[in-house]
Design a protein around this ligand. Structure first.
Ligand SMILES: Nc1ncnc2c1ncn2[C@@H]1O[C@H](COP(=O)(O)OP(=O)(O)OP(=O)(O)O)[C@@H](O)[C@H]1O
Ligand SMILES: [Mg+2]
Length: 464
């Protein structure tokens, strides 16, 4: 194939990708400016291609342009968050990687790849604003945001009460708490109880899920940002500052990016933070509660959490047993949920009959207390008897994930074992996603495969 054809193919590929791509040659002229980049910066590629970069983007220099840094200083920049105004005056935020292509010690070209995260950035700002709204307990009360304390926790089995007693003791100390429990076991409930029954109850309680955001945004969200740090950055307090004096709940800490974990550790050791791009050290006094839904020894072993950070977070460690290991709590919880939905649905169910109790106790609850609540809620919305809930009212789909379609089995002669297994795998993945409300992380956990693997399979089987 001729070099020219290769170039044509490359250009076509570049126009298909979601990331913006901008390439300069060694003289600083643009040689590639793909459609995503043009869409992002609202520049017509005709006005950019073959033109000197400095003529087109007049206000950029080595200090504020990673492309010029790469071209003139041979410096690479990885995953740098940039906020700037595009030609239409709209603020956009991108994550950029810019590298010089060096051949024989000379820069032959520089490549910039930009991922548009404007939407995610806006969402993160919204989260911060909302958090600020509810940061004060008085405000939370006035806005009727439900907060929990130990009185709301139901249970009597020995293993569970042991954990609750330790949690109660923890509420009166400032030490970090690490809560491990499967999904739906009540980690958030316990974290809130520790705060709202403790000495810090009149100070803010702020929760942040560590899996929800990419690293650079999570960093800004936690530690705040400072003007002048990078183009367009604004002065904003992060969650640490907002939670000062109170408690910060770091949910799903095992999903926090590894690099950021090191920064978190430093903050916890030194008790001050520095906003991203800032120079001032701000003292903080924040009690950290972290949660995780995978066994701690596993997340340490597979490198999802830094050992040093884990030991710093795990001063008081609470392991909440799954519901199937504390069956004594099931009926007590079921009755509490019946009471709750009596009020919500204006019903008057008074008893669970023996068939209902037996069915509830026998089940294993992969979704723990949340799943039990959903089962009761479903039954309460359907029940016709005035006062009685029976086993028949309870829809427990135990077979959902053990499903092997008989029809598929009959088809095996046509398609062979590989295709059959694939169709089975597809079926199981669809069911798992349904069961976990399309939450890929949870479904992956249930299926005991990596999240990325599941995502790959979802793509492969064209699910959703
Ligand atoms: N012991 C309990 N008593 C009363 N309600 C409970 C109890 N445990 C859990 N719940 C209820 O079950 C639901 C799930 O609890 P929570 O959100 O705290 O679980 P979680 O462990 O944080 O789950 P996830 O890992 O999915 O975030 C909530 O509605 C909570 O109020
Ligand atoms: Mg939770």
């Amino acid at each position: 194939m001729r070099a020219k054809d290769y170039i044509m193919i490359m250009q076509n590929i570049l126009h298909q990708v979601d990331e913006g791509v901008h390439v300069l040659d060694d003289k600083g002229n643009t040689i590639i400016y793909n459609e995503s980049m043009s869409h992002l910066e609202k520049m017509d590629s005709k006005d950019v291609i073959k033109k000197p970069f400095k003529d087109v983007f007049k206000n950029l220099n080595q200090d504020n342009s990673t492309l010029l840094r790469a071209l003139e200083l041979k410096k690479s920049t990885y995953n740098k968050k940039q906020t700037y105004l595009n030609k239409d005056g709209k603020e956009i935020t991108t994550i950029n990687t810019t590298v010089p292509i060096i051949i024989d010690n000379e820069v032959k070209a520089v490549v910039e790849v930009a991922k548009n995260i404007t939407k995610i950035q806006e969402m993160s700002h919204t989260i911060l604003e909302l958090q600020k709204e509810i940061e004060k307990p008085e405000k939370a009360k006035s806005k009727k945001i439900k907060t929990y304390n130990f009185k709301n926790i139901i249970g009597k089995s020995e293993n569970f009460m042991e954990v609750i007693n330790r949690a109660m003791k923890a509420s009166n100390s400032p030490a970090s708490v690490f809560i491990y429990g499967e999904t739906g076991t009540g980690k958030e409930l316990i974290a809130q109880s520790i705060h709202f029954d403790g000495e810090r109850k009149n100070k803010p309680f702020i929760a942040q899920n560590c899996a929800a955001l990419p690293e650079s945004l999570l960093e800004g969200l936690l530690f705040g940002t400072s003007k002048g740090g990078f183009t367009g950055a604004v002065d904003r307090a992060g969650l640490f500052e907002q939670a000062n004096g109170g408690t910060l709940l770091l949910d799903e800490i095992n999903s926090m990016p590894y690099e950021l974990q090191a920064k978190l550790l430093r903050v916890l050791q030194e008790n001050y933070i520095r906003r991203v791009g800032g120079t001032k050290d701000i003292p903080i006094d924040v009690r950290i509660i972290s949660t995780c839904n995978e066994p701690p020894n596993e997340i340490i072993a597979n490198g999802k959490i830094r050992k040093d950070l884990f030991y710093r977070l795990n001063i008081i460690s609470l392991n909440i047993p799954p519901l199937r290991e504390r069956k004594d709590d099931i009926i007590m919880l079921a009755e509490k949920f019946i009471h709750k939905y009596n009020e919500l649905y204006d019903k008057n169910i008074l008893v669970l009959d023996d068939s209902a109790k037996e069915k509830l106790i026998k089940y294993d609850y992969p979704g723990n207390v949340r799943e039990l609540e959903n089962i009761i809620m479903g039954a309460m919305s359907m029940v016709e008897d005035e006062h009685l809930l029976t086993g028949d009212n309870l829809i427990i789909d135990e077979s959902a994930l053990n499903y092997i379609g008989h029809d598929n089995y009959n088809d095996i002669g046509d398609c062979g074992i590989n295709e059959y297994l694939e169709s089975l795998e597809r079926e199981i993945i669809i069911k798992a996603l349904e069961n976990y409300n399309n939450n890929v992380s949870r479904a992956a956990q249930y299926l005991k495969i990596k999240r990325q693997t599941l995502q790959h399979k979802i793509k492969k089987y064209n699910i959703g």
